[in-house]
Design a protein around this ligand. Structure first.
Ligand SMILES: CC(C)(COP(=O)(O)OP(=O)(O)OC[C@H]1O[C@@H](n2cnc3c(N)ncnc32)[C@H](O)[C@@H]1OP(=O)(O)O)[C@@H](O)C(=O)NCCC(=O)NCCS
Length: 169
């Protein structure tokens, strides 16, 4: 599979902003930390700060945001966190990903996760913590295909799907 995880560049703005709109329409986020009024250069600066572990916050710890491309097309993204704060330890986990709707069911999330695991380990993470919704079949299937072992299904408020916590050794 010709899937690459790579840093965003100045040339990605148009495709990445489109991806952000598509993800927002389904209540997800593509560009983490991007605000509506931000320039692309400002967003790239935030990604670089995050890589260096500067200005940590609830939603930002040292880690990488990477574009996922196939044959040069932006098809998704990965975010790999090398540290856990309280939020990521209890909700976000070490790795997050999105595959754009038109590219789903081709094994791309599974491949993004497979490559992200190597990146997380290269960044010093040993056991990988993953969370996903109990109703997100695509996500938990990808996690299980990459060796995830279900630790707990965490009940949520009534009417909300439960969350699954996985560890990948
Ligand atoms: C979840 C998501 C990342 C899955 O991406 P994907 O590239 O379609 O996943 P894969 O192709 O690797 O799917 C792996 C397996 O999951 C299962 N699967 C995937 N989507 C499914 C769906 N909608 N319904 C049922 N099973 C599904 C299939 O068994 C699939 O393998 P198969 O097609 O060979 O049968 C994608 O739907 C997405 O980006 N959703 C929105 C953001 C999100 O939920 N991110 C994860 C947060 S934890």
């Amino acid at each position: 599979m010709n899937l690459r995880l790579r840093p965003y560049t100045v040339d990605d703005e148009r495709a990445a902003r489109r991806a952000e709109e598509i993800a927002a329409a389904e209540d997800s986020m593509f560009l983490l930390g991007m605000e509506p009024e931000m320039t692309w250069a400002e967003f790239l600066a935030i990604v670089e700060e995050q890589r260096l572990g500067l200005n940590p916050s609830k939603y930002r710890v040292r880690g990488l945001q990477l574009a996922a491309t196939v044959d040069g097309e932006l098809i998704g993204r990965a975010s790999v966190r090398f540290e856990l704060n309280e939020f990521f330890a209890t909700e976000g986990g070490h790795i997050g990903y999105v595959v754009l709707p038109e590219y789903r069911r081709r094994g791309y999330a599974t491949e993004i996760l497979r490559q992200s695991l190597l990146i997380a380990r290269a960044g010093g993470v040993d056991r990988i913590l993953m969370y996903c919704s109990d109703s997100n079949v695509g996500s938990y299937t990808a996690i299980e295909r990459c060796g995830g072992v279900l630790d707990e299904v965490i009940a949520n408020d009534e009417g909300e799907p439960s969350w699954r916590r996985y560890w990948i050794e």
